[in-house]
Design a binder for this molecule. Sequence first.
Ligand code: PEP
Ligand code: MG
Length: 585
Amino acid sequence: MDRRDTGSGPAPDEITESPEAQELIPRLLTGTGVSPGAGYGPARLVVGDVPEPAAGSRHDGDAPAERDRAERALDEVAADLEERGARAGGDAEDVLVAQAMMARDPELAASVGLLIDQGVAAPRAIFEAFGKYRDLLAAAGGYLGERVADLDDIRDRVIAVLTGLPIPGIPLDAAEPYVLVARDLAPADTALLPKDLVAAFVTEQGGPTSHTAILARSMGVPAVVGCAGATAVEPGTPVLVDGATGRVRLSPSEDEVADALRAEEARRAVLSAAAGPGATADGHAVPLLANIGGPRDLEAALAAGAEGVGLYRTEFLFLDRDTAPTPEEQEEAYRAVFEAFPHGRVVVRTLDAGADKPLPFLPPPGEEPNPALGERGIRMFRRHPDIMTAQLGALARAVTGATANVEIMAPMVATAQEAAWFAEACRTAGLDSAGIMIEVPSAAIRAADLIEVVDFFSIGTNDLTQYALAADRQVSGVAGLQDPWHPAVLDLIRTAASAASAAGKGCGVCGEAAADPVLACVLVGMGVSSLSMAAPALPWVRAALAAHTLEQCRTAAAAARSSVTPGDAVEAARAELPGLHQLGL
Ligand code: PEP
Ligand code: MG
């Protein structure tokens, strides 16, 4: 996505209604485009924030009755969320069920009960108890930090039930498509929105991993998040949203709207024309694969035309449970994926536990002040070889009889010794193709040594960026450094890809960088041989590659690598990729 226009937009007072000012001030807000496409319609604001119950408000002394009231309100909200989830289905159902679980959290209910026992009125008790959890999530930052909106939404719904206020949310009664503008959107609201009623989403808060972004992408609705000043827009104002550039134009001219919608139509035509296996305009094949967390992601991968699976994150089988999945359970999950791609490549990553993916039954040996630098990924297997043997055994059994081209890789490999140890373990288990992820700078720098002992590389740009820039991917304060466009990261990728190519072996990318259509061209230009990404990104990347020759990708890569800053690298690459325009990117 184009990041040239991201960042904070004009202050709300620049969105003035005075006709003189309209002449003088460009009526443009900017945020981060998180779901590409153009959307146009009148702004509808999510209104009806529930006011904070007064501090110090007390109940009438009947604590058991007040507790009962609070419990019933929590229950009512949870049941409503579950019911909305069941109606919505798909990703939305998962999100709403998770939210309902928050509302049913026994610890939360206990905190509310404790406050009520001290005389605090139920609405205030809800507000204060939720506040504690809110602070914890906000402090955690990253993915957890972005769940704050979910928690606030439950709190407001429960308080509304208790105080008789209307439940906050979005009116579903519009006759024409509208641009939904909000501070942030709650999954409960977005889940039920009919796709054809919403031209675009614009939120003042939220980042690329917020629920607004995730759901907008899965609905295929253009969206801009982190758009300062959005909620100051007068309801009914015509709004033109560009979900790729992050531009939000207020009261655009007829010509601007017509141009944008024409470009959108042309872009859709280009996207749907770019079917089939991934390749550059001059026919250089670049297999486009899907990142999945388990069999449930297969449908979307197949629908988006994935040629196989480039990253099967098997830790999803292990998360949220007290014991490891049985070998039989594992075998079944692996077989389901192999069967979905009878003629494709399926790259399975062994368990990547630790740091941002802790497992309750595999705690680190002691206090880890920097979990991202601790016993995670393959390092954990050194202490628990039984877990690795069981997983490789289940994979070997699932491979028997499968026609997919199955390859196994290990995460967080830092040295050639680790790579050799893992490859040997795979071979002992009867698995033919063993590779490693390149996500630690030492492995990229000495890629020529590591490729000698394995069959392929897959670059994890999320972690490679984290470690190259020394910026923890879970700490939002250093999120600005987490940029795979940084020329230092590009150099590491180039080193790994060159080493693999010199050895006649493959080097894919399966981190988020592969899902950025512009960066995808640069990666191919640096010698990356396949790209793996979340399913919704596949059509965009396929179309971006099809619009450029290999030579153009190489020139763009060289231009990006000779830049000094990530922003300059993007600009330099874009200047060499003229076909991006027809995609509106
Ligand atoms: C990566 O680090 O880029 C990667 C694909 O692995 P994960 O995001 O699962 O750590
Ligand atoms: Mg990783």
